[in-house]
Write a protein that binds this ligand. Structure first.
Ligand code: ASP
Length: 328
């Protein structure tokens, strides 16, 4: 059997991090060139031909529109290339959920697209990057990997980008998956899927937008007033995601200000600052009367990403925005 050809897109992050040696703490994300990482991978005897293409060498806290557009273009070209069997994206973990979800929303599911990161820089003792990379290659080469949307491989688990969330700042087991659990367990030698592909051959859900509008996340805190909402509207926010308390709650004056924003045509999505759980419509907040949208299973970072894509595609009506987030 011939080895699969896998495109490896590099963006930097801790997986390409280099710093103060085996036991130091400080490091620079993206300190190692993608070519060096791929050359090291080639020594592991993986059953794949890896084709590196460096998009950026940055910490993912600095990722944004230029890198997303470049990643989307590279993925689109690779999906059309019959020589390429799958796509890996080496990415920092801080915003892997945002990049993964954006690509999940805007690319078809015809070939595996797998984000991979690491929590420890490449020169740290017990670095997790090469194992995660080897696992990700295993996923990208697997005949059952396509048709599941964009995935993230970390810590021997395969997560759907839509469900993945960074939940720990430094442990190697940093990601959680909600509302679905992991799609598979993976090691460099084995892969066990927990169900069949559910989006086989699906088209992109949304066209990739020509630009992304300003959508702000407003963090709720006890005792706050409505002035942060006014400030966000003052800097031209075209949508607002509330990282609310509990089921997407906020003090009454804040909810009233958000309702006024919604009435003026700025879509408002209520998400939660709580680690996990659905935000449903009309629980303590009367979304029907106030024109607000419930984020359902999406946390603030992913709710913002979806809202940006929706607004960019002209979808601002609360009912249509709610339909995209899931009814409820
Ligand atoms: N700040 C780093 C990044 O997101 C952290 C990591 O990759 O784990 O690029």
């Amino acid at each position: 059997m011939t080895a699969q050809r896998i495109l490896v897109l590099g963006t930097g992050g801790t997986i390409a991090g280099w710093g103060s040696g085996a036991t130091g703490a400080a490091y620079r994300p993206g300190g190692v060139a993608l070519e060096s990482l791929v050359a090291h991978l080639a020594t592991l005897g993986l059953a794949a031909e890896l084709v590196p293409e460096e998009i950026a060498r940055i910490g993912s806290q600095d990722i944004g529109w230029a890198e997303w557009r470049a990643l989307h273009a590279a993925c689109t070209a690779a999906l059309a290339d019959p020589q390429i069997g799958g796509i890996l994206i080496a990415h920092g973990t801080d915003t892997a959920e945002e990049t993964g979800f954006l690509l999940d929303l805007t690319l078809p599911t015809t070939k595996p697209i797998v984000l991979v990161g690491a929590m420890r820089p490449a020169d740290a003792v017990g670095a997790d990057g090469m194992r995660n990379f080897a696992n990700a290659v295993k996923v990208a080469c697997d005949p059952q990997a396509a048709g599941r949307g964009v995935m993230l491989v970390m810590g021997d688990a395969v997560l759907a980008a839509r469900d993945a969330r960074k939940a720990a700042t430094s442990s190697v087991d940093a990601f959680r998956s909600f509302p679905r659990g992991p799609l598979a367990r993976v090691t460099p030698a084995s892969i066990d899927w927990f169900g069949p592909p559910h989006r086989m051959g699906a088209a992109a859900r949304y066209p990739f937008p020509p630009e992304l509008p300003r959508v702000a996340i407003l963090a709720a805190g006890a005792g706050m007033d409505e002035r942060p909402v006014q400030a966000l509207l003052g800097i031209g926010a075209r949508g607002i995601v509330l990282a609310g308390m509990g089921q997407g709650n906020a003090p009454r004056v804040v909810i009233d200000a958000l309702a006024r924003a919604a009435a003026s045509g700025v879509p408002v999505v209520r998400a939660t600052r709580v680690d996990e759980g659905l935000v449903d419509r009309n629980v303590e907040v009367d979304d029907d009367a106030l024109g607000l949208v419930a984020a359902r299973a999406l946390g603030p970072a992913k709710a913002r990403m979806l809202l940006m894509v929706l607004i960019a595609n002209g979808i601002v009506d609360p009912a249509r925005v709610q339909a995209a987030f899931g009814a409820g």
